[in-house]
Design a protein around this ligand. Structure first.
Ligand SMILES: [Zn+2]
Ligand SMILES: [Zn+2]
Length: 162
């Protein structure tokens, strides 16, 4: 027989139920049924933003895979963008699209991991092209560096929980 616990909000009430999030015992009056199990009122009430950024391992893996895809697709796309007019605007749009893709691949949890993966995945294709003049002894065009910064920032913004 399971050991009786006492509700953390009503110490004189016995219960066998505990919160799925924090593990504290809760009585039948305090328990809240949620889609992920029974929770205490504190955890059931948490807004979505407070839970954002908690990624499961497979969500991180999917985010990384999406990041690799962004790098592979991004290299030719960035080459094209840098040859076009409005490259800052195009970079911002491409960065936002890439960030959204990575965010969705990771289960839309956002958080710092998704932001970091997005920023790196978007920066790499730019660095590949920006490195070309550096290798031959020159310096990258400040305009193209600006385009990269725009793309990286919008990729990060796409992962923010609003
Ligand atoms: Zn709880
Ligand atoms: Zn209670």
């Amino acid at each position: 027989m399971a050991e009786m616990m006492h509700c953390y909000r009503h110490p004189n009430r016995e219960t066998r139920v505990s919160c799925a999030t924090c593990g504290r015992p809760i009585c039948t009056e305090c328990m809240r049924q949620t889609e992920v199990g029974i929770k205490c009122p504190d955890d059931a009430r948490l807004p979505r933003s407070a839970r954002a950024g908690v990624m499961k391992t497979n969500q991180i893996l999917w985010s990384l895979l999406a990041g690799v895809a962004v790098v592979l697709v991004g290299i030719p796309v960035v080459s094209l963008i840098l040859s076009l007019p409005f490259q800052w605007l195009l970079s911002a749009a491409a960065g936002y699209g890439a960030g959204t893709l990575i965010n969705r691949a990771g289960g839309r949890n956002g958080g710092n991991i998704a932001i970091a993966i997005s920023a790196v995945a978007v920066a790499i294709p730019y660095l590949v092209w920006l490195a070309q003049p550096v290798i031959s002894g020159g310096s990258p065009s400040p305009f193209e560096v600006g385009a990269m910064i725009f793309a990286v920032v919008t990729a990060g913004l796409a992962n923010r929980q609003l």
